[in-house]
Write a protein that binds this ligand. Sequence first.
Ligand SMILES: C[S@@+](CC[C@H](N)C(=O)[O-])C[C@H]1O[C@@H](n2cnc3c(N)ncnc32)[C@H](O)[C@@H]1O
Length: 260
Amino acid sequence: MYHGQRRRRRLLVEAFHLFLPYLTASELAAVAATCLALRAVSRSIDAARWLDASRAKGPSHPIPFLNRSSPGPPPLVKIVWCGRKGWGLFADQRNEDGQFVCEYAGWDLDRRVFLRLWILGSTLVWNGVTGEVITTCEARRRQAKYDELSSKGGFASALLVIREHLPSGTACLRMNIDATKAGNVARFINHSCDGGNLSAEIIREAGDLLPRVCFFASRGIDKDEELTFSYGEARVGSKGVLPCLCGSPCCLGALPSENT
Ligand SMILES: C[S@@+](CC[C@H](N)C(=O)[O-])C[C@H]1O[C@@H](n2cnc3c(N)ncnc32)[C@H](O)[C@@H]1O
Protein backbone atom coordinates (compact mmCIF):
# COMPACT_ATOMS: atom_id res chain seq x y z
CA MET A 1 0.00 0.00 0.00
CA TYR A 2 1.40 3.45 -0.94
CA HIS A 3 2.11 5.95 1.82
CA GLY A 4 -0.72 8.22 0.61
CA GLN A 5 -3.22 5.36 0.70
CA ARG A 6 -2.15 4.35 4.21
CA ARG A 7 -2.57 7.92 5.41
CA ARG A 8 -6.05 8.17 3.84
CA ARG A 9 -7.04 4.87 5.45
CA ARG A 10 -5.79 6.04 8.86
CA LEU A 11 -7.76 9.30 8.55
CA LEU A 12 -10.86 7.36 7.52
CA VAL A 13 -10.57 5.06 10.55
CA GLU A 14 -10.16 8.15 12.81
CA ALA A 15 -13.33 9.60 11.26
CA PHE A 16 -15.22 6.31 11.79
CA HIS A 17 -14.27 6.41 15.48
CA LEU A 18 -15.82 9.88 15.71
CA PHE A 19 -19.23 9.25 14.21
CA LEU A 20 -19.95 5.51 14.67
CA PRO A 21 -20.55 5.84 18.48
CA TYR A 22 -23.71 7.81 17.61
CA LEU A 23 -25.30 4.81 15.84
CA THR A 24 -27.70 2.38 17.48
CA ALA A 25 -26.72 -1.29 17.80
CA SER A 26 -28.68 -2.32 14.68
CA GLU A 27 -27.27 0.58 12.61
CA LEU A 28 -23.78 -0.37 13.77
CA ALA A 29 -24.34 -3.99 12.70
CA ALA A 30 -25.51 -2.84 9.24
CA VAL A 31 -22.48 -0.56 8.82
CA ALA A 32 -20.10 -3.33 10.01
CA ALA A 33 -21.23 -5.56 7.15
CA THR A 34 -20.05 -3.10 4.48
CA CYS A 35 -16.23 -3.27 4.75
CA LEU A 36 -13.38 -4.63 6.87
CA ALA A 37 -12.26 -1.26 8.27
CA LEU A 38 -15.81 -0.42 9.38
CA ARG A 39 -16.22 -3.88 10.88
CA ALA A 40 -13.08 -3.44 13.02
CA VAL A 41 -14.17 -0.02 14.33
CA SER A 42 -17.77 -1.21 14.92
CA ARG A 43 -16.47 -4.17 16.94
CA SER A 44 -14.39 -1.96 19.23
CA ILE A 45 -17.40 0.34 19.81
CA ASP A 46 -19.62 -2.65 20.49
CA ALA A 47 -17.09 -4.01 23.00
CA ALA A 48 -16.93 -0.64 24.80
CA ARG A 49 -20.75 -0.57 24.98
CA TRP A 50 -20.88 -3.99 26.57
CA LEU A 51 -18.47 -2.80 29.25
CA ASP A 52 -21.01 -0.10 30.15
CA ALA A 53 -22.89 -1.52 33.12
CA SER A 54 -25.89 0.78 32.69
CA ARG A 55 -26.92 -1.25 29.65
CA ALA A 56 -27.36 -4.38 31.77
CA LYS A 57 -30.91 -5.53 32.46
CA GLY A 58 -32.16 -6.75 35.84
CA PRO A 59 -30.56 -4.31 38.26
CA SER A 60 -30.78 -6.53 41.35
CA HIS A 61 -27.08 -7.29 41.86
CA PRO A 62 -24.26 -4.84 42.58
CA ILE A 63 -21.69 -4.72 39.79
CA PRO A 64 -18.17 -4.72 41.26
CA PHE A 65 -15.68 -2.48 39.54
CA LEU A 66 -11.95 -2.28 40.08
CA ASN A 67 -10.88 1.29 39.38
CA ARG A 68 -7.39 1.01 37.92
CA SER A 69 -6.76 4.67 37.14
CA SER A 70 -5.03 5.61 40.40
CA PRO A 71 -1.47 4.99 41.52
CA GLY A 72 -1.06 2.51 44.36
CA PRO A 73 -3.74 0.03 45.43
CA PRO A 74 -6.87 0.80 43.35
CA PRO A 75 -9.96 1.83 45.34
CA LEU A 76 -12.84 -0.57 44.90
CA VAL A 77 -16.24 0.70 43.86
CA LYS A 78 -19.45 -0.97 42.69
CA ILE A 79 -22.45 0.11 40.66
CA VAL A 80 -25.74 -0.51 42.45
CA TRP A 81 -29.34 0.00 41.32
CA CYS A 82 -30.95 2.71 43.52
CA GLY A 83 -34.57 2.55 42.33
CA ARG A 84 -35.93 5.92 41.17
CA LYS A 85 -32.46 7.50 41.16
CA GLY A 86 -31.30 4.88 38.65
CA TRP A 87 -27.79 3.47 39.14
CA GLY A 88 -25.46 4.74 41.82
CA LEU A 89 -21.78 4.32 42.66
CA PHE A 90 -20.98 2.73 46.02
CA ALA A 91 -17.76 2.13 47.96
CA ASP A 92 -16.76 -1.52 48.05
CA GLN A 93 -14.09 -0.85 50.67
CA ARG A 94 -13.34 1.70 53.38
CA ASN A 95 -11.98 5.00 51.94
CA GLU A 96 -10.01 7.34 54.18
CA ASP A 97 -10.52 11.12 54.18
CA GLY A 98 -8.68 12.62 51.17
CA GLN A 99 -8.24 9.30 49.35
CA PHE A 100 -8.49 9.34 45.54
CA VAL A 101 -11.64 7.54 44.39
CA CYS A 102 -11.97 8.03 40.64
CA GLU A 103 -11.61 10.44 37.77
CA TYR A 104 -14.63 11.88 35.94
CA ALA A 105 -14.64 10.47 32.40
CA GLY A 106 -10.86 10.27 32.14
CA TRP A 107 -9.65 10.51 28.59
CA ASP A 108 -6.42 10.00 26.74
CA LEU A 109 -6.08 13.23 24.89
CA ASP A 110 -4.98 12.89 21.32
CA ARG A 111 -3.78 16.37 20.51
CA ARG A 112 -3.98 15.83 16.76
CA VAL A 113 -7.70 15.07 16.89
CA PHE A 114 -8.28 17.80 19.45
CA LEU A 115 -6.59 20.46 17.32
CA ARG A 116 -8.24 19.31 14.11
CA LEU A 117 -11.72 19.57 15.61
CA TRP A 118 -10.89 22.82 17.37
CA ILE A 119 -9.71 24.42 14.13
CA LEU A 120 -12.82 23.25 12.27
CA GLY A 121 -14.88 25.05 14.92
CA SER A 122 -16.71 21.83 15.66
CA THR A 123 -19.14 21.48 18.54
CA LEU A 124 -17.04 18.60 19.74
CA VAL A 125 -13.66 19.33 21.24
CA TRP A 126 -12.75 15.75 21.97
CA ASN A 127 -14.51 12.45 21.76
CA GLY A 128 -13.17 9.26 23.30
CA VAL A 129 -14.83 6.11 24.62
CA THR A 130 -14.55 7.57 28.11
CA GLY A 131 -16.48 10.77 27.54
CA GLU A 132 -16.70 13.86 25.38
CA VAL A 133 -15.33 17.31 26.04
CA ILE A 134 -17.70 19.70 24.28
CA THR A 135 -18.02 23.42 23.69
CA THR A 136 -20.26 25.51 25.96
CA CYS A 137 -22.66 26.17 23.10
CA GLU A 138 -23.06 22.43 22.48
CA ALA A 139 -23.34 21.79 26.25
CA ARG A 140 -26.29 24.21 26.46
CA ARG A 141 -28.00 22.60 23.48
CA ARG A 142 -27.55 19.08 24.90
CA GLN A 143 -28.59 20.07 28.44
CA ALA A 144 -31.89 21.46 27.13
CA LYS A 145 -32.47 18.16 25.29
CA TYR A 146 -31.47 16.08 28.32
CA ASP A 147 -33.75 18.09 30.65
CA GLU A 148 -36.66 17.44 28.30
CA LEU A 149 -35.90 13.69 28.07
CA SER A 150 -35.38 13.41 31.85
CA SER A 151 -38.72 15.10 32.56
CA LYS A 152 -40.41 12.24 30.69
CA GLY A 153 -38.61 9.72 32.98
CA GLY A 154 -36.26 6.81 32.37
CA PHE A 155 -33.36 8.96 31.18
CA ALA A 156 -30.21 9.88 33.10
CA SER A 157 -27.78 12.44 31.73
CA ALA A 158 -24.19 12.94 32.85
CA LEU A 159 -23.06 16.35 31.66
CA LEU A 160 -20.58 17.87 34.07
CA VAL A 161 -19.64 21.55 33.86
CA ILE A 162 -16.44 22.57 35.63
CA ARG A 163 -15.49 26.16 36.24
CA GLU A 164 -11.90 26.91 37.13
CA HIS A 165 -11.68 30.37 38.67
CA LEU A 166 -8.60 32.28 37.55
CA PRO A 167 -6.41 34.04 40.14
CA SER A 168 -7.63 37.45 38.88
CA GLY A 169 -11.07 36.57 40.29
CA THR A 170 -12.75 38.22 37.30
CA ALA A 171 -12.79 35.30 34.86
CA CYS A 172 -13.10 31.54 34.89
CA LEU A 173 -12.31 28.71 32.51
CA ARG A 174 -15.23 26.44 31.74
CA MET A 175 -14.99 22.80 30.68
CA ASN A 176 -17.97 20.63 29.73
CA ILE A 177 -17.61 16.84 29.93
CA ASP A 178 -20.51 14.82 28.61
CA ALA A 179 -20.41 11.20 29.79
CA THR A 180 -24.06 10.53 28.87
CA LYS A 181 -23.26 8.28 25.90
CA ALA A 182 -19.95 6.87 27.14
CA GLY A 183 -18.11 7.39 30.36
CA ASN A 184 -16.28 5.72 33.18
CA VAL A 185 -17.69 4.75 36.62
CA ALA A 186 -17.87 8.39 37.73
CA ARG A 187 -20.93 8.91 35.53
CA PHE A 188 -22.90 6.81 38.05
CA ILE A 189 -22.25 9.20 40.97
CA ASN A 190 -25.55 10.65 42.15
CA HIS A 191 -26.20 14.08 43.66
CA SER A 192 -26.64 14.87 47.34
CA CYS A 193 -27.86 18.26 48.61
CA ASP A 194 -25.65 17.97 51.72
CA GLY A 195 -22.52 18.00 49.53
CA GLY A 196 -22.07 14.23 49.70
CA ASN A 197 -18.87 12.44 50.66
CA LEU A 198 -16.77 13.28 47.59
CA SER A 199 -15.07 16.48 46.54
CA ALA A 200 -14.29 17.17 42.90
CA GLU A 201 -10.81 18.58 42.35
CA ILE A 202 -9.36 19.98 39.14
CA ILE A 203 -5.93 18.51 38.49
CA ARG A 204 -3.69 20.14 35.93
CA GLU A 205 -0.61 18.18 34.96
CA ALA A 206 2.38 19.76 33.21
CA GLY A 207 2.01 19.48 29.44
CA ASP A 208 -1.72 18.68 29.57
CA LEU A 209 -3.93 20.80 27.36
CA LEU A 210 -7.03 20.19 29.45
CA PRO A 211 -7.29 19.72 33.22
CA ARG A 212 -8.59 16.47 34.73
CA VAL A 213 -11.44 16.22 37.21
CA CYS A 214 -10.79 13.82 40.07
CA PHE A 215 -12.96 12.75 43.00
CA PHE A 216 -11.47 12.42 46.48
CA ALA A 217 -13.16 11.27 49.70
CA SER A 218 -14.16 14.44 51.62
CA ARG A 219 -14.44 12.34 54.81
CA GLY A 220 -13.96 8.71 55.82
CA ILE A 221 -16.34 6.56 53.74
CA ASP A 222 -17.42 3.11 54.89
CA LYS A 223 -17.76 0.07 52.65
CA ASP A 224 -21.26 -0.10 51.05
CA GLU A 225 -21.87 3.67 51.49
CA GLU A 226 -23.16 5.45 48.39
CA LEU A 227 -20.63 7.85 46.85
CA THR A 228 -22.21 11.25 46.18
CA PHE A 229 -21.29 14.87 45.57
CA SER A 230 -23.20 18.09 45.03
CA TYR A 231 -24.06 18.79 41.38
CA GLY A 232 -24.36 22.49 42.23
CA GLU A 233 -27.11 24.80 43.33
CA ALA A 234 -30.69 23.83 42.53
CA ARG A 235 -32.74 26.41 40.67
CA VAL A 236 -35.89 25.89 42.67
CA GLY A 237 -39.07 26.71 40.81
CA SER A 238 -37.43 26.80 37.38
CA LYS A 239 -39.07 25.03 34.44
CA GLY A 240 -38.19 21.37 33.84
CA VAL A 241 -36.52 20.85 37.22
CA LEU A 242 -36.26 17.18 38.35
CA PRO A 243 -37.17 16.06 41.88
CA CYS A 244 -34.19 15.28 44.09
CA LEU A 245 -34.30 11.96 45.93
CA CYS A 246 -31.03 12.28 47.86
CA GLY A 247 -32.87 11.85 51.17
CA SER A 248 -30.56 14.16 53.13
CA PRO A 249 -32.17 16.31 55.88
CA CYS A 250 -31.22 19.48 53.98
CA CYS A 251 -32.60 18.23 50.64
CA LEU A 252 -33.94 21.12 48.53
CA GLY A 253 -36.29 18.81 46.64
CA ALA A 254 -34.93 19.69 43.19
CA LEU A 255 -31.98 18.33 41.26
CA PRO A 256 -29.50 21.03 40.18
CA SER A 257 -29.39 21.42 36.41
CA GLU A 258 -26.70 23.19 34.44
CA ASN A 259 -27.98 25.38 31.64
CA THR A 260 -26.13 28.61 32.07
C1 LIG B 1 -24.57 11.44 36.45
S1 LIG B 1 -26.05 10.55 36.37
C2 LIG B 1 -25.92 9.53 37.78
C3 LIG B 1 -26.20 8.09 37.45
C4 LIG B 1 -27.63 7.78 37.15
N1 LIG B 1 -28.37 7.56 38.38
C5 LIG B 1 -27.79 6.62 36.19
O1 LIG B 1 -28.56 5.71 36.45
O2 LIG B 1 -27.11 6.61 35.14
C6 LIG B 1 -27.18 11.84 36.81
C7 LIG B 1 -28.61 11.43 36.77
O3 LIG B 1 -28.92 10.55 37.86
C8 LIG B 1 -30.15 10.89 38.44
N2 LIG B 1 -29.90 11.40 39.80
C9 LIG B 1 -28.71 11.70 40.35
N3 LIG B 1 -28.83 12.13 41.62
C10 LIG B 1 -30.14 12.12 41.90
C11 LIG B 1 -30.92 12.49 43.04
N4 LIG B 1 -30.36 12.94 44.15
N5 LIG B 1 -32.26 12.37 42.94
C12 LIG B 1 -32.85 11.92 41.81
N6 LIG B 1 -32.19 11.55 40.70
C13 LIG B 1 -30.85 11.65 40.73
C14 LIG B 1 -30.76 11.96 37.54
O4 LIG B 1 -31.53 11.30 36.56
C15 LIG B 1 -29.55 12.59 36.90
O5 LIG B 1 -29.83 13.18 35.66
